[in-house]
Design a binder for this molecule. Structure first.
Ligand code: ATP
Ligand code: MG
Length: 229
């Protein structure tokens, strides 16, 4: 089954633990309306990134994750991955060319899509300065990229996909002003036609969200709009 063009997301008694004695996420009950934007907030270690990873399908979930009311497992895996963009705190670059790292998961694309993604992610200058441009080897065994540059590669990946579901783990600190601005603008553009679950640190992001989920010790302690909380 194909993932619908406007996916909603429901956590129904969803839980996960890395190691039962230590941290447990959930059980979580929450609903993100199709096309709406939810912000996950909470202190460091409360489980925000883990919650996003659950949705990404990278971690085995106990309980249910529902897309438009149906378990994620009824949909074709490749259908979910083609709709989903996940911009993490620490994007992983595999050993390969920059081009390969950007088109990851987007088998059918045209060159203009790639150019646009590079441009929108604020990578044009970076590419120009690399010895072989987009053909430069990066990742393990290749050229290292800075944290900010890796974030922008993750953004370029997201622009390639034109996702209907966006997971974004907003960086806490450490990005230069320019990357921050590119990130902010890009995420806004990507969010326009997508259902979004963001780990939010900026007040601006939190205020603009349709719904805020406050995590404490792996549980949703409170939820509502910015005015309600
Ligand atoms: P931050 O704001 O610092 O990013 P967070 O709310 O995103 O924090 P998580 O990264 O989800 O928190 O971590 C939740 C808990 O799970 C923490 O106690 C953390 O130590 C633990 N944890 C995270 N990743 C792993 C892992 N790969 N293996 C074991 N424990 C982990
Ligand atoms: Mg985190």
């Amino acid at each position: 089954k194909e993932v619908p063009a406007k996916p909603s997301l429901t956590f129904r008694e969803s839980s996960f633990s890395y190691d039962a004695e230590r941290f447990e996420l959930g059980p979580i009950n929450a609903h993100v309306e199709a096309g709406s934007h939810a912000a996950v907030i909470g202190r460091s270690g409360s489980g925000k990134s883990t919650m996003l990873q659950l949705v990404s399908g990278l971690l085995p979930v106990k309980g249910d994750l529902l897309i438009n009311g149906e378990p994620l497992s009824v949909y074709k895996e490749e259908s979910w991955y083609s709709q989903l963009a996940y911009v993490t705190q620490h994007p992983y670059l595999f050993s390969g060319t920059l081009r390969e790292n950007i088109i990851l998961g987007t088998p059918e694309y045209v060159g203009t899509d790639l150019d646009a993604a590079v441009e929108k992610a604020g990578l044009t200058e970076v590419v120009e300065q690399l010895p072989d441009g987009l053909e430069t080897l990066v990742g393990e065994g290749g050229r290292g990229l800075s944290g900010g540059e890796k974030q922008r590669v993750a953004l370029a990946r997201a622009f390639m996909k034109k996702p209907t579901f966006l997971l974004f783990d907003e960086p806490t600190t450490g990005l230069d002003v320019k990357t921050e601005q590119v990130l902010q603008r890009s995420i806004e553009e990507l969010s326009r036609n997508a259902t979004v679950l963001t780990v939010a640190h900026r007040l601006h992001t939190i205020k603009k969200a349709d719904q805020i989920l406050l995590l404490e010790n792996g549980r949703v302690h409170a939820s509502g709009s910015h005015d309600e909380l």
